[in-house]
Design a protein around this ligand. Structure first.
Ligand code: C2E
Ligand code: CA
Ligand code: CA
Length: 645
């Protein structure tokens, strides 16, 4: 039926469908231009397809108008031109459509070339046959009598074949598509086919372009429609990476501005006033650039960097506007400004760099990322990778993790009989790395536990070594993070490592800091009691820096309370501070805890501590933390009774 030759002068054609398609193409065009989409090659193909469909529809309307004009002989030339225009635009559409599928279906060069060749050959054969048939008077022609005959309309079966090709591609490579996308593409292409078929059944002519248009709607909806955040008008974060990737590949520079605002996510939903001010801010400041919304109260804006530096002016204005508006709402913020940099070639690194810089900023400040920040950022990335490797290797003797010891002076015996274990890393690219550089990273990235176990193991080994050298070490305290104690395996691991090294449990102390959290407290308490029953000692670290809840402290069986250096510093300032610190120290002494002062740097510090009835002193006055083996010089020989043991 589709092939039948019929006179077209009285067809079942109304231009409504073609005109609707044209209108819809413009709607999509407006949406594409208004919303932020990635201007990649498929975006261009989508634009091309829309243009082709508009030409197809308009040339079809013209063709049909001319055919039904009643003066086909006069318009014969125009009729042929309109028809050729129509055919060429359909061909262009089909070619673009096949090329479009390359990216979502991950077709390699060879495969896509094959399909392109197949499409071009198909199109060329049909076009050629169409022309030849016109000449042979069996195809589309305007007769001498003014009657127009479609002849064998090859374009409809051609489209049928084309759809088969598209469906074949989608189904063959369905594994490469998300299920929902596969279903979406399948549905629109089948509907297109169905529309073509049913219009044929009803001897209709009006819906051909609509059928071509169907798959475009699918592609637009799936790949180009972009969910805008309704509250802020921002684009979802994943699009930032696409934009940056594109800018990186084209060597375009952009300025990236991040604004982290505490409570923003909640406020923007709830406060109409904030919304209005926010929209006003965007209207004033968002002429160029794109706004992205990130999870966790963050907005990131990209601004193209132009040669004449006016972006800097834009940034200054934005910051001063922000400052003015901020006064009204008083949300705490951190603003980081970062110019795209050739040193950072992975789009995903930019938000990481921003977060990295933010971590060391105070609230309500603005920071411009500089080379030094980038150096530090790369160092931290390197450290994280090395820590990952340490975790994966899981060697309790890993040579990258170094044990340092800081001897502790015992005021009662006048000897150095205990020490604190402190960790260092030795990494190929950075040399010796201190805890302030890697402990926070290890805690954030879940690597701290392995490090703690390595240090515990090395501590046990060094105790064994000291004893083998005939030296006395009463105990070494090892720092553990709150994170360590949350592991279910914590107690068993500690016990196993100590047992494996064959040293008495009493030789090890665990240093922990106070925890604010009620649940953590109960959990920590249970674990402390379990390990304490084996003989392991417990120290409360950094007393005086936290919130110091005495009731809680006394619920836990600590052996030593370590007074933080800040208390020593504070004490030197005035009498009331000294009174406070001495009261704390006296109270702990009365309750049976020993007090250790940390950060004793000079004679004055030492005198103060002695007055406070300290039991132990630790600080640079006696020794800095030193490589574990070198601590031998501080130790006393084992007494005979100990040696015998
Ligand atoms: P912390 O546990 O409070 O360790 C004491 C820190 O004070 C050490 O810094 C030490 O070198 C420093 N210190 C010692 N004497 C003095 C002094 O007289 N004056 C001053 N100003 N400082 C002094 P370090 O070794 O850099 O360690 C810093 C922090 O890193 C430690 O603080 C601890 O919280 C953490 N850390 C170190 N090693 C480990 C470890 O093996 N595991 C865990 N979880 N944390 C560790
Ligand atoms: Ca400590
Ligand atoms: Ca401490």
């Amino acid at each position: 039926m589709l092939f039948r030759s019929l006179s077209l002068n009285h067809t079942n054609y109304t231009p409504v469908s073609d005109l609707t398609v044209v209108a819809l193409c413009f709607v999509i065009l407006v949406l594409l231009v208004q919303t932020h989409v990635r201007k990649d090659n498929n975006f261009k193909r989508m634009m091309g397809m829309l243009a082709a469909i508009v030409v197809t529809a308009l040339s079809n309307v013209t063709l049909q108008m001319l055919i039904t004009s009643g003066d086909t002989i006069r318009y014969a030339k125009a009729i042929y031109i309109a028809r050729e225009l129509h055919n060429i635009s359909v061909i262009a559409y089909m070619y673009l459509h096949i090329s479009y599928l390359r990216e979502p279906l991950w077709l390699n060069d060879k495969t896509i070339r094959l399909y392109r060749i197949a499409t071009v050959t198909l199109l060329a054969c049909f076009t050629l046959s169409d022309v030849v048939m016109t000449f042979l008077n069996v195809g589309f022609r305007v007769g001498r009598d003014g009657k127009v005959a479609t002849g064998v309309n090859l374009f409809i079966p051609l489209y049928g074949l084309f759809l088969v090709l598209v469906l074949f591609l989608i189904i063959r490579y369905r594994d490469r598509l998300v299920k929902q996308i596969f279903h979406g593409l399948l549905a629109v292409n089948l509907l297109s086919w169905f529309l073509m078929f049913s219009q044929g059944l009803h001897r209709q002519q009006s819906f051909t372009t609509a059928a071509y248009f169907f798959p475009i709607i699918g592609l637009f909806f799936i790949f180009h429609s972009n969910p805008y955040d309704v509250d802020t008008g921002a684009v979802s974060s994943s699009y930032l990476y696409q934009e940056l990737e594109e800018n990186l590949s084209k060597d375009h520079k952009v300025l990236i501005m991040s604004c982290y605002m505490v409570g923003f996510d909640k406020f923007i939903k709830e406060s109409k006033e904030l919304k209005l001010e926010f929209y006003d801010f965007l209207r004033q400041n968002m002429r160029r650039g794109v706004l992205y919304r990130f999870p966790h109260e963050r907005l990131i804006m990209t601004i193209p960097v132009s040669d004449h530096k006016d972006h800097r002016f834009q940034v200054e204005k934005m910051l001063s506007d922000f400052g003015r508006k901020h006064k009204k709402f008083n949300m705490d913020y951190k603003i980081v400004i970062c110019e795209m940099n050739e040193r950072i070639t992975r789009p995903h690194d930019y938000p990481l760099l921003i977060e990295f810089v933010e971590a060391s900023m105070s609230l309500n400040t603005v920071n411009n990322v500089n080379d030094d920040d980038i150096d530090k950022f790369f160092d931290s990335r390197y450290i994280i990778n090395q820590l990952d490797d340490i975790v994966n290797t899981h060697d309790l003797n890993d040579s990258r993790v170094l044990l340092y010891l800081q001897p502790v002076y015992n005021l009662t015996t006048g000897t150095y009989d205990t020490a604190e274990a402190l960790m260092r890393l030795r990494l190929d690219d950075l040399g010796l790395v201190f805890p302030d550089k890697f402990i926070p990273l290890a805690e954030q990235n879940g690597q701290i536990h392995t490090l703690s176990l390595i240090i515990l193991n090395k501590t046990c080994r060094i105790i064994k070594y000291f004893n083998s050298q005939g030296l006395d070490i009463k105990r070494i305290s090892v720092n553990f993070s709150a994170i360590d104690l949350k592991y279910d395996t914590f107690c068993n691991e500690v016990r196993e490592i100590i047992t494996m090294n064959g040293i008495p449990f009493e030789k090890i102390a665990v240093e922990i800091t106070e925890s604010r959290n009620e649940q953590d407290f109960n959990l920590i308490k249970r674990k402390i009691l379990e390990l304490q029953s084996l003989g392991i000692k417990f120290y409360l670290d950094d007393f005086g820096t936290g919130y110091s809840n005495f009731e809680r402290i006394m619920e836990l069986p600590f052996d030593i309370i370590k007074f933080d250096r800040s208390l020593l510093v504070e004490m030197g300032k005035n009498y009331s501070s000294e009174y406070m610190v001495s009261t704390f120290a006296g109270m702990f002494n009365k309750l049976g805890y020993a007090v250790l002062f940390e950060g004793v740097e000079n004679d004055k510090d030492e005198r103060n501590c002695v007055r406070m009835k300290a039991g132990y002193l630790q600080g640079y006055k006696y020794s800095k933390p030193i490589p574990a083996e070198t601590a031998v010089t501080f130790l006393q020989p084992l007494s005979n009774s100990q040696t015998k043991k």
